[in-house]
Design a protein around this ligand. Structure first.
Ligand code: AGP
Length: 608
């Protein structure tokens, strides 16, 4: 959570940092701030609320345009309410140092107490202000800021990505990371440090991914990395980022979410590209690992739903028993029933930084079970720490609500099921070829269907946007999609929604049905079609309103029947999911909600 950026170069730093923060706003958006040195005084400008409130503070401000080094922050509150005084940067007591911080210092109260006894005072409720004063305190004992920083980081426990500015050396940035992402961008005569690449992608594609325990010191022309434990200098490879800047912009769409929904045909073809050779699925990343006897899929939120969907295919095509677990539950189990000789743990995470998922991955690594990461962000913690990685290649997902990332995860899970099915001999050549062909036809099918899906979503959204609650029902692989449909509706429009296995309705939830309580039923014409038809009748006979998402084959008729092209089997999910996304998008937009940045949320949940 929270986005940080630092710049040292030749351009006006404040507008550049504000522009960078726009690309990081998805990480947190309850307050923001910028810090820089002006005539040997550290200036800190902060504002509560969205970034535009901060930008407004710079209107007509000419002095700020002269500086060429600055740090910035966009916040998702952990310690201290989202008030201006808790916004970053925070200054040290002497006003010599300023810090932007993403993460949590767990022992900050203890350190705060110690510092208070030494006479330090605090203007905010944050752990970050404690950290910058700890660094300042260390500076009085150490020879320079680098040593003071290393000494302070030894004392502070928790997670951090920080960037520090020093009034005595105002063109230099000091940065460090532990369990929170931080990326260095190397330009010509300018250098960048940020929580995510889009923050500086307009200026450079050459990046260095900092690792846990790294300290970086950079000015406009040079940089140096150190191990924070003993300050030995280290080298990390410079990597070239292939994304275009367009990928991180709205490209004419009203919102990133809509753009990302419409990108899904391309996301599918990108994820499939180079993965097939005849009837074989090529996942060379996994060739060294045995086919597991049991697979544990661990994830949070939408990634968890993708895992639940993948379970169907892995069990059906590859005949591998799969257990899907929410990472925050898995990580606190007293007994982990994992068998290092037979099991594989697969963690799914778009960001690769989700704290609970990462903790689960580390536990599995510690036990010695082979681990596999399915993630989107290159160089993320999951990507670096998992035994093997499958990248989903969905490109940057900016909207807080995950859409194309889920689709790309599902594509890779389908490939994984085919790959294991083929390797274990459970799938014959013909079955493989048939499913590969279906997968390859998906991009065009979806691309053709999307405009009409969007129009229908818009019409239905108008009709149902005043509802207070919603059920989403599905059976089989559609149960996971029902959960995702409900999650999308609640996170975007703040309408209460619950996803249920349709067969569970009569075990209690049906009591809620009345003419004001609509149900969104996923009813593809598959083996469970007749079963779900019975559920529809049960709701109708209690005067419940229903939207039925079905396909061309179905014989359902009625008012709100939403028909999409038919696609046999679980791959139909790739046409169902975008409808759910579009419906939630349209409801939220119609209600005037902040679609890309819903309240209380942040894109990557790097705290527990
Ligand atoms: C979904 O729209 C949410 N943004 C959220 O549930 C998300 O999927 C979850 O926080 C997991 O994130 P990850 O995939 O980056 O680990």
């Amino acid at each position: 959570m929270c986005g940080i950026i630092g710049y040292s170069g030749h351009r006006p730093a404040v507008p550049l940092v504000l522009e960078g923060l726009e690309h990081l706003e998805y990480r947190g958006y309850d307050s923001a701030g910028v810090g820089y040195d002006l005539n040997n005084e550290l200036m800190v400008v902060r504002a509560k609320g969205k970034l535009k409130n901060l930008s407004e503070k710079f209107q007509g401000e000419r002095n700020a345009l002269t500086v060429t080094c600055a740090i910035g922050h966009t916040r998702w509150a952990t310690h201290g309410a989202p008030e201006e005084r808790n916004a970053h940067p925070h200054l040290s007591n002497s006003k010599r140092l300023a810090i932007v911080h993403n993460g949590i210092i767990e022992n900050y109260l203890e350190i705060r107490e110690e510092l208070s006894q030494k006479g330090y005072h605090f203007a905010s409720d944050t752990d970050s202000e404690v950290l910058i004063n700890l660094i300042e305190d260390m500076l009085s004992q150490e020879c320079d800021l680098l040593h003071a920083l290393a000494a302070a980081l030894k004392k502070a426990h928790g997670a951090y990505a920080i960037c520090v500015l020093d009034r005595e050396d105002p063109q230099r940035l000091y940065a460090a990371r532990l369990a929170a992402p931080l990326i260095f961008g190397q330009g010509i005569g300018e250098n960048f440090i940020a929580s995510d690449i889009p923050a500086f992608l307009a200026y450079t594609r050459d990046v260095v991914f900092l690792e846990d325990g790294d300290i970086l010191v950079a000015d406009s022309d040079s940089y140096q990395l150190w191990k924070s434990s003993d300050l030995t200098p280290i080298q990390r490879p410079v990597q070239q980022i292939q994304w275009s800047m367009q990928a991180a912009q709205k490209g004419g769409y009203r919102h990133f979410m809509l753009k990302e929904i419409f990108e899904q045909p391309k996301v599918i073809s990108d994820a499939l590209s180079g993965r097939f050779e005849g009837s074989r699925v090529l996942l060379s990343e996994l060739d060294a690992l045995p086919v597991p006897k049991r697979l544990h899929i661990i994830a949070c939120g939408t990634s968890f739903h993708a895992g639940l969907w993948g379970q169907h295919l892995l069990e059906d095509w590859a005949r591998i028993p799969v257990q899907v677990e929410i990472a925050s539950e898995f990580r606190y189990k007293e007994r982990l029933l994992l068998n290092p000789d037979q099991d594989i743990v697969l963690v799914i995470s778009q960001s690769g930084e989700t704290a609970d998922t990462l903790a689960a991955l580390r536990m599995a690594n510690e036990i010695g079970v082979p681990t596999l990461g399915l993630c989107n962000v290159l160089g993320s913690s999951v990507a670096r720490e998992a035994g093997a990685v499958l990248y989903t290649q969905a490109g940057p997902e900016i909207s807080v609500a995950s859409t194309k990332a889920m689709t790309s995860q599902m594509i890779m899970l389908a490939c994984l099921a085919l790959y294991y099915g083929y390797r274990s001999g459970n799938l014959g050549v013909d079955e493989c070829l048939q499913n590969i062909d279906r997968l390859q036809r998906l991009p065009l099918m979806l691309e053709t269907a999307l405009p009409e899906m969007h129009s229908t979503a818009r019409l239905l959204a108008r009709k149902f946007s005043q509802s207070k609650s919603f059920f989403y029902l599905g059976r089989g692989h559609c149960f996971s999609l029902a959960l995702e449909g409900a999650l999308k509706l609640k996170e975007l429009s703040y309408i209460h929604a619950e996803g249920y296995a349709a067969g569970e309705m009569k075990h209690g939830p049906i009591a809620l049905i009345d003419p004001t309580f609509p149900t969104f039923v996923l009813a593809p014409h598959d083996v469970l079609y007749e079963k779900i038809k019975s559920n529809i009748v049960e709701i109708q006979s209690r005067q419940g309103q229903i939207i039925v998402l079905t396909d061309a084959e179905s014989d359902l008729h009625g008012v709100d029947i939403w028909r999409i092209p038919s696609l046999e089997g679980p791959l139909g999910a790739f046409l169902i999911l975008p409808c759910l996304q579009l419906f939630s998008y349209e409801v939220a937009d119609y209600l005037g909600k902040d679609v890309d940045q819903p309240r209380n949320l942040a894109k990557s949940v790097t705290v527990e």
